[in-house]
Design a binder for this molecule. Structure first.
Ligand SMILES: CC(C)(COP(=O)(O)OP(=O)(O)OC[C@H]1O[C@@H](n2cnc3c(N)ncnc32)[C@H](O)[C@@H]1OP(=O)(O)O)[C@@H](O)C(=O)NCCC(=O)NCCS
Length: 183
């Protein structure tokens, strides 16, 4: 198991080809996927042929950017994942997260994000990290706020799925190296 980071309660490790079933289960919980694909089922073929290969491709370019599986230290349970990678709308790295329902509201997303931000800013070429979510996704926005990110703007991304509240658009949050150092 290749570990990227250890936090108080989690190991963040590289995904492997053995993880397709774990990702299938995560991506087929309609509550987990509500703000991502409106809770539509995701076929195993998509996980095996698209999702997992895209995750694994990052490791060939080193360990700065990518997707990391989160395992609970105490139990070994797969909790979900975190990502930090070049985003669609910026050359700066974008932070993201997806956790199983059983892991919610225990501060785990905030804990993982803080560890990834701390590590990212050890790289002198990274001066800003940003994150995006829907305006109405309160839990995700709260994680961004709790980890010290600052609201930047509302914008309207072109999503293929419609969910209640999506007319309010999306939000961007960011944190700079200086803000992280001064928090
Ligand atoms: C978003 C997500 C990662 C948050 O993970 P988490 O580990 O529960 O986050 P934390 O426990 O660190 O913080 C969650 C905060 O949101 C709050 N919260 C959770 N649900 C809420 C809701 N429906 N309304 C208002 N606040 C809510 C919690 O109370 C907590 O804030 P607090 O510490 O001030 O009380 C998790 O809900 C998830 O994986 N959702 C599905 C995938 C997803 O939507 N990913 C983000 C896509 S942008």
């Amino acid at each position: 198991m290749t570990i990227l980071l250890e936090t108080e309660r989690m190991l963040l490790r590289e995904f492997t080809t053995e993880d397709s079933q774990l990702l299938f289960e995560l991506n087929n919980d309609p509550e987990v996927m509500f703000y991502i694909n409106a809770g539509q089922p995701v076929p195993m073929a998509e996980i095996v042929e698209e999702t997992l290969p895209a995750f694994l491709a990052y490791y060939r370019d080193g360990d700065r950017f990518g997707f990391w599986a989160a395992n609970e230290k105490a139990t070994g349970t797969f909790l979900g994942w975190f990502h930090l990678h070049r985003g669609e709308r910026s050359t700066d790295p974008e932070l993201g997260y997806r956790l199983h329902r059983a892991a919610w509201n225990r501060g785990l997303a905030t804990e993982g994000c803080a560890a990834l931000i701390e590590r990212a800013f050890q790289d002198p070429t990274i001066s800003r990290i940003y994150a995006e979510t829907m305006v109405v996704h309160t839990a995700s926005r709260r994680v961004m706020e709790k980890v010290g990110m600052r609201f930047v703007r509302i914008f309207h991304a072109d999503w293929p799925f419609r969910i209640p509240g999506d007319e309010h658009g999306d939000v961007e949050y960011e944190i700079t190296r200086a803000e992280w150092g001064n928090r």
